[in-house]
Design a protein around this ligand. Structure first.
Ligand SMILES: NC(=O)c1ccc[n+]([C@@H]2O[C@H](COP(=O)([O-])OP(=O)(O)OC[C@H]3O[C@@H](n4cnc5c(N)ncnc54)[C@H](O)[C@@H]3O)[C@@H](O)[C@H]2O)c1
Length: 252
């Protein structure tokens, strides 16, 4: 039985691979010898990720919240490499940290549509290929907000609790088919996620203790290495797990 931490030769589809944690995942998987399908809404960013990896990567512009776009993205992966061994459902957006009474319906729907429905749509499109292949691994990017209520706004928190449920549901449903599904739950990580978001007074107050963490805010590579481990044979009996990667932030 293999207990290797390598994902060499595996075909890894990563959403949100143009920036932050997804880009770091693409680099980390490529470093172990994997072939990478790097997907993102931002086509220029994801082209850069694929170019930085080289021949072992293809870039695809895709919107995970759009069924047709997701189908085309998975088709690109199959055309390029013939299979998908690992799916990293990583793309996601923040809300504006507003309290439940103050959140606009448009933002609620947008966050749920990308973070939760998008994760479901990509999972649903990849599962038939994993079933045909006789197995595969899914690594979802949840959040501390998959477990707790006070780390983010209501839409983001509800969406990431949904990702936790989706993770467990997929793990339970397909364990017998050799498909594992786990989630990393990043703590605060230096990425582009808050860029362009404006926060109200309550949102700013909730962000303050996070920003005060200083050097206890993670680098994206510290998330990516855990995703590689979960995708590898070393984690062959880890299924349905929600793995906090937060430097102890939520442990108290
Ligand atoms: N940064 C943090 O502190 C933190 C903490 C917990 C969880 N996360 C989660 O990590 C994941 C990655 O976020 P990040 O922090 O690297 O942010 P990021 O903004 O740097 O990267 C997210 C990427 O997802 C892409 N994206 C957004 N909507 C998309 C869509 N509809 N279809 C395809 N791609 C889309 C963006 O273009 C961007 O390149 C998200 O799921 C986020 O919720 C981040």
């Amino acid at each position: 039985m293999s207990t290797s931490t390598s994902t060499s030769e595996r075909v890894v589809l990563i959403t949100g691979a143009g920036s932050g944690i997804g880009r770091a995942m693409a680099m980390a998987f490529a470093d172990t010898g994997a072939r990478v399908v790097a997907a993102d809404l931002d086509s220029a960013a994801v082209e850069r990720t694929a170019a930085d990896i080289g021949k072992a990567a293809v870039a695809v512009a895709a919107d995970i919240s759009d069924e047709a776009s997701v189908a085309a993205m998975v088709e690109t992966a199959i055309d390029a490499f013939g299979r998908v061994d690992v799916l990293c459902n990583n793309a996601g957006i923040m809300d504006d940290m507003a309290l439940p009474a103050n959140l606009a319906i448009d933002l609620w729907e947008r966050v749920l549509k990308i973070n939760l429905t998008g994760t479901f749509l990509v999972t649903r499109a990849v599962l038939p290929h994993m079933l045909r292949q006789g197995g595969g691994v899914i690594v979802n990017t949840g959040s501390e907000a998959s477990l707790r209520g006070g780390t983010a706004g209501v839409a983001y928190t509800a969406s990431k609790h949904g990702v936790a449920g989706l993770t467990k549901s997929v793990a339970w449903a397909y364990a017998k088919d050799g498909i594992r599904c786990n989630a990393i739950l990043p703590g605060p990580t230096i990425t582009g996620i808050g860029r362009g978001t404006s926060f109200d007074e309550a949102g700013s107050a909730r962000l303050a203790p996070v920003l005060a963490l200083g050097d206890r805010i993670a680098q994206p590579e510290q998330m990516a290495s855990v995703a590689v481990f979960l995708a590898s044979d070393a984690a062959s009996f880890v299924n349905g797990a929600l793995v906090p990667v937060d430097g102890g932030w939520a442990a108290g």
